[in-house]
Ligand binder design. Structure first.
Ligand code: ITT
Length: 194
């Protein structure tokens, strides 16, 4: 059975990534906690490539990475690729974002979640990549207890729910990560990995 390293240190992301990858029947392995790849890219895709290639090369194994984040229109796309570095905890990140939106004084709360995925072979060459986008709005206060990260303040008007109010299946079917994986899965399934 092919072994693929899931190149993330974020437990919320890991759970979702495993769900999408499970049907492929690969042996999934989490990257070692002390193997950290610096995210020096200026786009989600560049950082996903860096993480996949860095982990694959370091371990000599196939690796798949996700770089994702939240872009808020009124804030000029912030926090964007800095979503994880915006503050020290999920709660502090949410508080900062809500405060900055309040300070901006505007009424445009439109936003989008972006997820870039990259798969690298054991030489660190990028073999597949894609990007998924989910449009929505930033709530004025958190709603729901599911998911992770910014989920409680990200509202999807077409479903009338925040990501944190959705079941896992609902979030999977509609999220930036779900869209990215649905684009990548057919090619992943055809890939010969040993
Ligand atoms: P790895 O780089 O180790 O994968 P990370 O958390 O540092 O983990 P990113 O640099 O890609 O990952 O940052 C993503 C940020 O965006 C992080 O703060 C997440 O909580 C947030 N995020 C990404 N997808 C999300 C989702 O589906 N729901 C809520 N927040 C999400």
């Amino acid at each position: 059975m092919p072994t693929v390293i899931v190149a993330t240190g974020n437990p919320g992301k890991l759970k979702e990534m495993q769900g999408y990858l499970d049907p492929l029947g690969w042996q999934l392995q989490l990257k070692p906690g002390d193997l950290d790849i610096e995210e020096t890219g200026t786009t989600f895709l560049a950082n996903a490539r860096l993480k996949a290639a860095g982990v694959a090369q370091a371990l000599g194994q196939w690796a798949i990475a996700d770089d994702s984040g939240l872009e808020v229109h009124t804030l000029g796309g912030a926090p964007g690729i800095y979503s994880a570095r915006y503050a020290d905890s999920d709660q502090a990140r949410i508080d900062r974002l809500l405060q900055e939106l309040a300070d901006s004084g505007g009424c445009d709360r439109s936003a989008q979640f972006v997820c870039a995925l990259a798969l690298a072979n054991p030489n660190g060459e990028i073999m597949l990549e894609t990007e998924g986008i989910c449009p929505g709005e930033i709530l004025t206060a958190p709603r729901g207890s599911g998911g992770f990260g910014y989920d409680p303040i990200f509202y999807v008007p077409t479903l009338n729910r925040s990501f944190a109010e959705m079941s896992s299946a609902e979030k999977d079917a509609n999220s930036h990560r779900g869209i990215a994986f649905s684009q990548l899965l057919p090619a992943l399934a055809k890939l010969s990995i040993d």
